[in-house]
Design a protein around this ligand. Structure first.
Ligand SMILES: Nc1ncnc2c1ncn2[C@@H]1O[C@H](COP(=O)(O)OP(=O)(O)O)[C@@H](O)[C@H]1O
Ligand SMILES: [Mg+2]
Length: 520
């Protein structure tokens, strides 16, 4: 008997001590080979990892000792190519061959014999009845006491299997962590535009909205924010998150139309490894990323109808399934949705689920366009100019009262976003200048988008303003000022009316005479 119970036990303990602290494969493998050599001589040692899904094997680390067929690759190869490994993996039993020359018709064994290896002992690596791969010892000539050695190495291979399993779990975790860190960085960066103290309003409408937000923030109620583009929906969603107890977790924004529809589901819900071509790793979806925090679904009207059902399911049960994985994932996140579309219209057209609408619309916030809260415009101009000038380190442009009036009369189809861009342009091009109403008109004219729709809208707005003033003038018989003047009738300062009359090319006397003599 070469190995007493005691020496076996000590050997296992020493192997264990040598490998537990290793954090990479090569280190672990080298430590193991060195430890085993103290107890018996072998000419080659190799560990194969088995991947059940692809039915392939790959080396765990560079093999130790003799290399049959030249070097060895780290690429995975079909299980069939490793004749002995295949036998071990399939039978889950040790394979002991004391004379390999009898099996040279198998190509991998032929290569071993050519390299001078004539005997081999291969063991399965099993952890909790899961097969991880195989461990191989090869010899130039068959070792002595082969049946006793088989017993010992069966114990050793159990130990090695645990070490290898731990190592794989460790690297998998590390990779997952790295992915998470990367996604977290990305998400934190992407919310840079949010500056907590840079939101301005004086209108009663916006004050009401801010009050609603404060009341709703600390509940987990779903919020639906509607309003034209550029009215501040993103900002308000952020604001809700930051006022809530969820603020230390992530605010995960997802732009519904920006994602290709085939990837949308896995982007939102994640996928299991191998769920589809290219899914080489398990991936967390945005819902899981938002766990504990808030998920913001922007432009919700564009969510494909098939995913609307899944979203409804999450909202109702707080759970969902990853793509390619049927186990439900429990989730705790607040949902905020936003859209510039009319969802009621979507419901009528059959592109939006009514039940989802009601489930989202627990707290509903409608942000009015800037032209319906004109009193915010002077304040926004002033404050945003201040901020921009400071940021660009330039003197502020100064606006005349007329210039501000003119800005208040503009319909702002792009709302605050458009106003902010105008301010940026002014700070760059007209730093420190006095800005007149004429300047403003010119700038608005040149900045106007080429789109037909917007210019049509503006044309008709101009037209109706013109008609409005003409009617007032006709009523007052061309009188502008005083108690019975057009200015009083329209509720505007006389100077503004004069300015608009000139701008819109209205001749008061003409309209007066036409109105009193003949109807047009
Ligand atoms: N009341 C406001 N005060 C200051 N900045 C605002 C205000 N409303 C909107 N903004 C700014 O206008 C831009 C557009 O707002 P955003 O929230 O993205 O609009 P939406 O999501 O409705 O299109 C952002 O840069 C935002 O900071
Ligand atoms: Mg937005």
């Amino acid at each position: 008997m070469r190995w007493t119970t005691e020496t076996r036990y000590r050997m296992l303990l020493e192997i264990n001590n040598a490998v537990v602290t290793r954090t990479n494969r090569e280190d672990l493998f080298q430590a193991l080979a060195k430890e085993l050599r103290k107890h018996f001589a072998f000419d080659r040692m190799a560990i194969n990892l088995y991947d059940a899904k692809s039915q392939s094997i790959s080396y765990f680390a560079a093999a130790d000792g003799v290399q049959p067929g030249g070097g060895l690759t780290r690429h995975s190869r079909p299980l069939a190519d490793g004749a002995i490994a295949r036998m071990v993996v399939q039978s889950r039993q040790p394979i002991i061959i004391d004379d390999l020359r009898r099996y040279t018709d198998l190509s991998s064994i032929g290569a071993m014999v050519e390299a001078g290896l004539n005997a081999t002992m291969a063991f399965p690596m099993l952890v909790r009845s899961r097969i991880l791969g195989s461990i191989h010892f090869s010899f130039r000539s068959a070792p002595e006491h082969i049946s006793e050695l088989t017993e010992v190495l069966t114990d050793v291979s159990r130990q090695v299997a645990i070490a290898v399993d731990n190592m794989m779990a460790y690297t998998e975790l590390e990779k997952l962590n790295k992915n998470l860190e990367r996604e977290k960085d990305f998400l934190l960066q992407s919310s840079d535009d949010y500056q907590q103290d840079e939101f301005f309003y004086t209108s009663a409408a916006m004050a009401g909205i801010m009050k609603t937000i404060q009341q709703a923030a600390d509940t987990d109620a779903t919020v639906l924010i509607t309003g034209e583009t550029g009215t501040g929906k993103d900002y308000l969603a952020h604001c809700i998150h930051n006022l809530s107890v969820r603020r230390s977790h992530l605010f995960v924004k997802t732009n519904c139309p920006a994602l290709a529809s085939s990837l949308f589901e896995s982007e939102l819900f994640g996928h299991a490894k191998g769920a589809f071509t290219g899914a080489s790793d398990k991936r967390l979806g945005r819902f899981e990323l938002a766990h504990g925090g808030t998920i913001f679904l922007d432009e919700i009207a564009e969510l494909p109808i098939s995913l609307q059902a899944k979203l409804l399911h999450i909202l109702q049960d707080g759970q969902f399934e990853r793509v390619g994985d049927s186990r439900p994932v429990q989730i705790d996140c607040r949902v905020i949705a936003a859209t510039n579309k009319d969802l009621q219209e979507g419901i009528r057209a059959g592109t939006f689920r009514e039940d989802l609408f009601y489930r989202l619309n627990i707290v509903s916030i409608h942000v009015p366009p800037l032209r319906e809260r004109k009193e915010d415009i002077p304040l926004l101009m002033k404050q945003l100019t201040l901020i921009q000038a400071r940021e660009m380190n330039r003197p502020e442009p100064i606006y005349s009262n007329r210039a501000i009036e003119c800005l208040c009369g503009y319909p702002w189809p792009g709302n605050v976003r458009e106003l902010k861009n105008l301010v940026k342009r002014l700070v760059i091009l007209r730093a420190g200048d006095r800005i007149s109403a004429d300047d403003v008109e010119k700038i608005l004219e040149s900045a106007r988008p080429q789109g037909q729709r917007v210019s049509d809208e503006l044309a008709s707005l101009r037209d109706s303003e013109r008609q409005h003033i003409i009617k007032a003038l006709a009523k007052t018989r061309g009188v502008l000022g005083g108690k019975r003047g057009a200015a009083q009738l329209l509720g505007l300062p006389r100077s503004t009316i004069q300015y608009r009359i000139k701008k819109l090319n209205i001749k008061p006397e003409n309209y007066l005479s036409r109105f009193s003599s003949s109807k047009t």
